[in-house]
Design a protein around this ligand. Sequence first.
Ligand SMILES: [Fe+2]
Ligand SMILES: [Fe+2]
Length: 198
Amino acid sequence: MTDPRPPRRSAPELRPTLPSWAVVSDARLRHVERVAGLVSQWAEEMGVPDSERNRWLRAVWLHDAVRDAPEEDLRRWAPSVEGPVDLRHGAASAALAKTSGETDRGVLDAVRYHSLGLAEWDMVGRVLYCADYLEPGRTQEQAQRAGLAARFSRDPTGVLREVARARVARLIASGWPLPEPTVRFWNSLFPRPAAEPA
Ligand SMILES: [Fe+2]
Ligand SMILES: [Fe+2]
């Protein structure tokens, strides 16, 4: 699963591609390609400039780049992160991306926090968080996911809230304490209503 593989060229409309240091299974690569396809579709529908589309796709190709690396490597690359590999691989990939020359704060934050959420995200983090969950290869609740994916370009904030509901619920179900960035992310999406005037 972690054998070196010849560099794989992604379809031109989905470029860039995986970084040279990626450690991913074939199934993971398929997932990342589907996320890239969905993100590319949203960029088209939303008419974003090529430079912004490139930021979105850079984050996609980086986000799970070391998801299948050995756990001891993930600990070494992301020593300050507690918790299971699920919560660690984003930070590890962001650290490696930074070392490899990625300087865009929005892209790095999107990658680092893609399993957790981050209140301060710009559009890159929001797009990745949604596309990672809504890509068509996931088999649970497929119709609901497809509906949200189709709605994203018209209502990114509404879809982000729906995706957060589902993803945070799964994190809670895992039994792991909610990480602090997730709590702040959640509260930023569902702020308290303003108090009624007396
Ligand atoms: Fe991931
Ligand atoms: Fe992913």
